[in-house]
Ligand binder design. Structure first.
Ligand SMILES: Nc1ncnc2c1ncn2[C@@H]1O[C@H](COP(=O)(O)OP(=O)(O)OP(=O)(O)O)[C@@H](O)[C@H]1O
Length: 183
């Protein structure tokens, strides 16, 4: 197994969360970084497990104290990666995965040049919209913001070390396992 830092980026609704959940279930040695966010929890999401849900004030404090590896504002909310847990897990030799948006991925590229960065792309823009809508977790306003941002992200895909098109979940998982070195 290759240990190191892998980042997964891709438009909202492309299936990053689903892929990671399956990957970590199959390979418990992989450590998934828990992001901090100011967005409201979706139904079933647990503080400290899915995200660290912070108030905007608490988030700004983390930025000021330089306790985040990267952070960005996305769809009207702040998202970021707490630095210390990532460094601890890497120090123990565990492979670490970060799910981050484009700006965060760019920041990590600067602070961790050895990172392997993967972009998850949808089979088509129509399919992406279909996935976001059928998830039924977002308001119409949030869906529009996410689709607008998705165009920007998809245009940046060539910046990444690898691009995986998430057509069939099982096939994408298998490609991901190969890229991370757990297959
Ligand atoms: N390969 C696939 N084929 C069809 N549907 C998929 C596939 N992968 C994921 N989905 C579905 O697409 C929807 C969006 O997936 P998911 O929530 O994992 O996206 P995400 O990229 O993590 O989004 P966000 O960044 O907004 O959290 C979910 O309903 C999920 O079940």
């Amino acid at each position: 197994m290759i240990s190191g830092l892998t980042t997964l980026t891709g438009p909202s609704g492309v299936g990053k969360g689903t892929l990671i959940k399956n990957l970590v279930e199959r390979h418990p040695s992989i450590w998934l970084s828990i992001s901090a966010t100011t967005r409201f929890p979706r139904k079933g999401e647990v503080h400290g497990k899915d995200y660290l849900f912070l108030t905007p004030e608490a988030f700004k404090q983390e930025i000021k104290a330089k306790r985040l590896l990267e952070w960005a504002e996305f769809s009207g909310n702040f998202y970021g990666t707490p630095k210390e847990p990532v460094l601890i897990q890497l120090g123990r030799g565990r492979p670490v995965i970060l799910e981050i948006e484009l700006e965060g991925a760019r920041q990590i590229r600067d602070s961790f040049p050895a990172t392997f960065q993967i972009f998850i792309a949808p089979p088509s823009f129509e399919e992406l919209e279909h996935r976001i809508r059928s998830r039924k977790t977002e308001s119409e306003d949030s869906i529009r913001k996410r689709l607008k941002q998705a165009k920007i992200e998809i245009e940046a895909r060539d910046e990444f070390d690898a691009v995986l098109i998430n057509r069939n979940l099982e096939e994408t998982l298998s490609q991901l396992e190969r890229l991370i070195g757990v297959k």
